[in-house]
Design a protein around this ligand. Structure first.
Ligand SMILES: [Zn+2]
Length: 123
């Protein structure tokens, strides 16, 4: 790596197993994490770079109406997913429950949730 960088005009200033600090004409910068990522981490970073900031749908969602007829939909790649409901604005806890595809479920606070098929974020 150092030889390759030297041939291209880069100079390695310091090296740790997961960190490579380089210099171009005296400017120090961190190596792009995308260059080192592999597998699912690389897919996630590429999806973020393409404009999808949450490819695995891990961010907090706002509840919808939450009625039995119009439940809050939760996307999942699997047959089940654990979901946490913050039942009240001032709640000090999260009410965790399992959701299964095809079985809408009602939280203790009265809101309904339903698992739906997630879209492949890497297509
Ligand atoms: Zn709840």
């Amino acid at each position: 790596m150092a030889g390759l960088l030297a041939r291209t005009g880069f100079r390695v200033l310091g090296k740790r197993p997961s960190l490579l600090v380089c210099s171009v004409r005296g400017e120090k910068y961190m190596a792009d994490p995308l260059e080192h990522a592999t597998g699912i981490e690389r897919q996630e970073l590429e999806a973020i770079k393409k404009g999808n900031p949450d490819p695995f749908m891990m961010r907090v969602m706002k509840r919808g109406l939450g009625t039995k007829d119009q439940p809050t939909t939760v996307p999942s790649f699997h047959e089940s997913r654990i979901v946490g409901c913050i039942c009240h604005e001032e709640a000090f806890y999260v009410n965790w429950m399992w959701l299964y595809k095809g079985e809408p479920k009602r939280c203790e606070c009265g809101y309904w949730f339903k698992l739906t098929e997630a879209q492949d974020p890497f297509k």
